[in-house]
Design a protein around this ligand. Sequence first.
Ligand code: SDX
Length: 434
Amino acid sequence: MADTLTITDNRTGRTYEVPIDDGAVRAMEFRQIKVSDDDFGLMVYDPAFMNTASCKSRITYIDGDKGILRYRGYPIEQLAEQSNYLEVAYLIVNGELPTREQYDRWVHDITYRTLIHENIKKFVDGFHHDAHPMGMLVSTVAALSTFYPESKHIFDEETRRLQIIRLIAKMPTLAAFAYRHSLGQPYVYPDNDLSFTGNLLNMLYKMSEAKYQPHPVLERALDVLFILHADHEQNCSANAMRAVGSSHPDPFSAIAAACAALYGPLHCGANEEVLRMLTQIGSLDRIPAFIERVKGGEGLLMGFGHRIYKNYDPRASIIKEMAHQVFEVTGRNPLLDIALELERIALEDEYFIKRKLYPNVDFYSGIIYQSMGFPVEMFPVLFAIPRTAGWVAQWQEMLLDSEQKIARPRQLYLGYDQRDYLPTGQREKQSAVA
Ligand code: SDX
């Protein structure tokens, strides 16, 4: 049997042979299917890209039915247990685990690029004290593009590598400055003696002590959380990174678009909404009524469901296990009991079973972040920091893919046919149209 599709157009009786490659057919093959010579040809219609591959990628593999997640072929469980975030970032961006020499240079280059231009503080100072840190992050990372005009030279390999290093290195500093501004506290500068996550904790929490000492359990827990959040193939924000990047702006501007996509409550803004949901439920006895409201269409069970995972999100399993280690240091977060009971009830309920709704990465992460002292508004920011490695890897892969060009989808036009302009006096009041 050949790897082809035979299509019969019943409007004309003609048949077409379409090749099947890598489990897909090219949408452009459908343009040959016409009813007349001046026919544009068939398009494929796929709102929200439910069944459309926008690219070929070798970065992250997900099997949603089996709950599998691998970065460059390595299982997330092994990376979470044996690696660290900067090593995983190197793997995701460069395609292979680094040698000791490559790792040391990567860590050095990132460590010594964590400072941001002093003028950025003026942007941060300009926000209200209660400005959402994701709004500040979207703005300040975009502003970085004006400090590095050479970053527009995206096809110069060395320049591109430097901007990738800058983005991974500076996102924590931008995030920490936003957090400190919201508290009215002085900005804390990077401490190059500390690890990637140790330095983030330093910039967030250092007060008057001479040198901040991160708690090793919390430092490691944050590093594992960052590994789990590093990439996730063609999610909404990676798609934004690729789509905006396809018109060839600098990577800082493209990352601002990815951050904006990530901010939405249906994407990683969910981790913030999960905490609000658990707090609103408040006690175990109120869970059944909440579940019934969700089943009645009154809102979503935030942190549940996934476009790809129709099984348990492997990241949620690891985070759930890790919570216990963090709580040994911070004390048990009572919201965990509500989350565990909510999960137990939901996984036994036909509404969720039928729709294959399981906890996703956002369901438990917020409980840990809250126990570590982060305000809910910082949760999406703690997602954006590690996902920067994934975004720049997806962006770079798109740039180097000879099949890619500026992203410009088609549409099915269902609006008015041509009609003539009407002077004001001749117009009848029209009902608003979509
Ligand atoms: C992330 O894509 C990624 O990889 C994202 C991410 C990453 O690492 O980048 O994994 C990170 O964004 C995780 C997802 C975080 N978002 C949430 O937890 C918000 C709540 N979840 C839903 O909004 C939803 O599940 C999505 C957005 C995650 C997925 O939506 P889909 O694939 O478009 O599914 P759908 O909305 O079509 O839902 C199918 C059915 C619907 O019911 P019916 O119309 O068939 O009756 O399931 C229902 C939905 O109403 N449903 C839910 C639900 N999620 C889906 N019902 C209640 N609670 C939910 N959470």
